[in-house]
Design a protein around this ligand. Structure first.
Ligand code: ATP
Ligand code: PRP
Ligand code: MG
Length: 281
């Protein structure tokens, strides 16, 4: 039975369960169970803290896990990213009291409060700076006001928490994170892991793409196919109307309206867009 670690609460939890549900797994918890078996799909879900998930997967105790890229890198555990999951986006950034610090180099030797000591030490080392890392469990933005740190390094999504604490960003993001699926480094993927990965990738593609159908005059077909190159190649079918063909291609959801405008200007007509319920590519 494949064993997978899923965040039990926090920013990644609901979307992780939703993704696995969309991929056809029965991942519903009735109450507070920490382990749920989906016998039909031969898979077992372990609900764990996102920060701990890399530890179990890196140790080879669980086959696959969902966690944040920042948490994986911070842990330094020998696990690798299989696929980025498209949710739980955040940046990891330095911040200090308004007007106090203009540049990351000025953080040299200062006390930095963080829940990600591994990330901060690695980044300071890469910049040739020294940090006095103050490791806290959470709510690190308050550490400056309470006098245990001079600056913080933390997850920033909207920036609201930082601003509310009277802090401002220092420098560019140290890293960009999102939810990822991980497995133990160096381990070959078994057939059950590959099937899970294919299912999840199918959901991710179905979320990002739509199907676009349209009719186009044959003489603009080449240009039309440049506008809608599809995932592999567009499907061209004959039409009863002479000099016209029907085209079907996958298009990025974000580009749908611009693509329809471009096709219309080219002379295409009868442009239809439909959602992809599921796919395996
Ligand atoms: N707005 C956000 N706040 C916190 N984490 C976020 C946010 N958006 C995305 N994330 C990601 O979620 C992961 C952290 O999850 P979470 O905050 O649930 O864990 P935690 O801090 O250990 O738990 P908790 O906050 O419940 O104590 C990180 O990978 C982080 O980048
Ligand atoms: O930029 P924002 O949209 O304000 O979000 C970022 C905040 O959210 C997270 O806190 P969380 O709620 O996970 O609490 P924690 O700090 O105790 O982990 C993170 O640690 C920041 O404090
Ligand atoms: Mg948190």
């Amino acid at each position: 039975m494949l064993r997978i670690a899923v965040p039990n609460k926090g920013a990644l939890s609901a979307a992780s369960s939703q993704l696995l549900g969309d991929a056809g797994y029965h991942v519903k918890r009735d109450g507070a169970e920490l382990v749920v078996a989906d016998v039909e799909n031969d898979i077992e879900f372990f609900f764990l803290r996102p920060r701990d998930i890399a530890v179990y997967v890196g140790a080879g105790r669980l086959d696959v896990g969902i966690t944040g890229r920042d948490l994986l890198l911070d842990s330094g555990v020998p696990a690798r990213e299989l696929v980025a999951l498209g949710f739980g986006h955040s940046t990891f950034r330095y911040a200090a009291p308004k007007g106090a610090i203009a540049d990351v180099a000025e953080l040299d030797g200062l006390r930095i409060a963080t829940s990600f000591p591994g990330l901060v030490r690695a980044d300071f080392a890469a910049r040739g700076l020294t940090a006095q890392v103050v490791t806290l469990d959470g709510a690190v933005e308050t550490a400056v006001r309470l006098g245990v740190a001079d600056a913080v390094a933390d997850v920033v999504e909207t920036g609201r928490t930082l601003r509310a604490a009277g802090l401002e960003l220092v420098g560019e993001p140290v890293m960009r994170s999102e939810a990822i699926m991980i497995t133990k480094q160096g381990a070959e993927l078994g057939s059950a892991q590959e099937r899970l990965l294919r299912r999840v990738q199918g959901v991710l593609v179905a979320r990002r793409y739509v199907i676009m159908d349209y009719d186009a005059p044959t003489d603009v077909l080449e240009k039309a196919c440049e506008i809608t190159p599809g995932f592999e190649s567009p499907t061209i079918s004959p039409l009863a109307r002479e000099g016209w063909v029907a085209v079907r291609a996958m298009v990025l959801k974000d580009d749908v309206n611009r693509t329809m405008d471009d096709l219309w200007d080219l002379g295409a007509r009868g442009i239809l867009v439909s959602a992809i319920q599921a796919c395996r590519l």
